[in-house]
Design a protein around this ligand. Sequence first.
Ligand code: URA
Length: 242
Amino acid sequence: MSGSIRLDRLLANLGYGSRSEVQELARRGGVLLDGVTTTDASKRISLTPDMSQRLSVDEEPLDPLPGLVLMLHKPLGMTCSHKEAGPLVYDVFPPRWRRREPALSTVGRLDKESSGLLLLTDDGALLHKIISPKQHIAKHYVATLARPLRGDEGALFAAGTLMLEGETRPLAPAALEVLSPLSARVSVTEGRYHQVRRMFAAVGNHVEALHRERVGGLSLPNDLSAGEYRPLTPADIAAIFS
Ligand code: URA
């Protein structure tokens, strides 16, 4: 995001309140720009990438500007949805982030009972680029299984002929690496509904636990605990496509 914008619009777009609420916030001295209290929120300000160092709201640095890209270590039990009942992945962020415009969305989904690397962005073009089947970005999962592997799963997944129940088009080839009799790493380039769980169901097994460890060349960092998130660096974003 660059150019100039009215301060009240910027703050409202970032979810700090309606235009009149953020005007009131500025009037009572809650907004500082370059160290100076800015009571007139109709003022136009030029946007620079270091906005969160330049602008504070109630003594906290300004939230990241639109163009936000995050990785979340998704915990078990949270749904990737804006409106379903029960705990949602958006609950880990400050509540005002739900009012951001453009909205923050998950890049694809991890199902409620899966954990691991979940990307979120408000950049629609980037989101579509990551999920586009044309990009063939592999998603890497570790699956823990209810029954020992038979031995033929790798060949069946790699064949490009595996048909999931209720579907008419076979899956693209996927890779399987055996980690133990009851666990495997699986890499898929598609994003069909509950794909990995249904792949194991198609070979007579059942996934007990599913964890996504990598998207393209971007791995979930070891120091990011379940429920924690951080912004992606330009190098992280490049790694997704590497
Ligand atoms: N496959 C699944 O079955 N679940 C996920 O969350 C992701 C891939």
